[in-house]
Design a protein around this ligand. Structure first.
Ligand code: MG
Length: 170
């Protein structure tokens, strides 16, 4: 039974950062982005999807990506992060959470992501089974500052809003 005192809406935030290394494919929001380096990590290193996952887990009060998919577990070694997001989507459905919108920033000095933002948006919306307009993807450089600015890493920040699905009585 759904507790009527629980709020209808919940907001969550997620961030992630991975190191850029040679001989890895650069995956951002489930989209392959041609570039001479990719993101290191136990999984495919997709910072965009990892930030979205943490925002969704945060909003639903279900913890964080590291607890759900620990990097000490070989099941998640080299895993496609799209699979992780689909698992999280199932958990949200079980708990009757509906995704209202996702907003995402990719922080990268290089490559410039303007030409792939639309694809990333479509990929995230498709994975979550929500309308294209409910996902927003922004790309920012770090103006040369820090590990992102020097091109050593790519980071991401995401927020997500969820609504509890309730049985409406007429
Ligand atoms: Mg990560």
């Amino acid at each position: 039974m759904i507790d009527e005192r629980e709020p209808d809406f919940r907001i969550g935030i997620g961030t992630d950062i991975h190191r850029l290394v040679e001989e890895r494919k650069l995956m951002l929001c489930g989209v392959y982005v041609p570039y001479p380096a990719g993101l290191a990590g136990h999984s495919d290193g997709d910072v965009g999807l990892h930030a979205v996952i943490d925002a969704l887990l945060g909003a639903s009060g279900m913890g964080d990506i590291g607890t759900l998919f620990p990097d000490t577990d070989d099941r998640w070694k080299g895993v496609d992060s799209k699979e992780l997001l689909l698992i999280v989507k199932e958990r949200l459905e079980e708990k009757k959470w509906e995704v209202i919108n996702v907003d995402l920033i990719i922080h990268a000095e290089e490559p410039r992501l303007n030409s792939v933002k639309g694809q990333m948006k479509r990929a995230v919306a498709g994975l979550l089974g929500i309308d294209f307009t409910a996902v927003n993807v922004k790309a920012k450089t770090n103006e040369g500052f820090g590990d992102v600015g020097s091109g050593q890493a790519i980071a991401a920040t995401a927020t997500a809003l969820l609504r509890k699905k309730r049985r409406r009585t007429l």
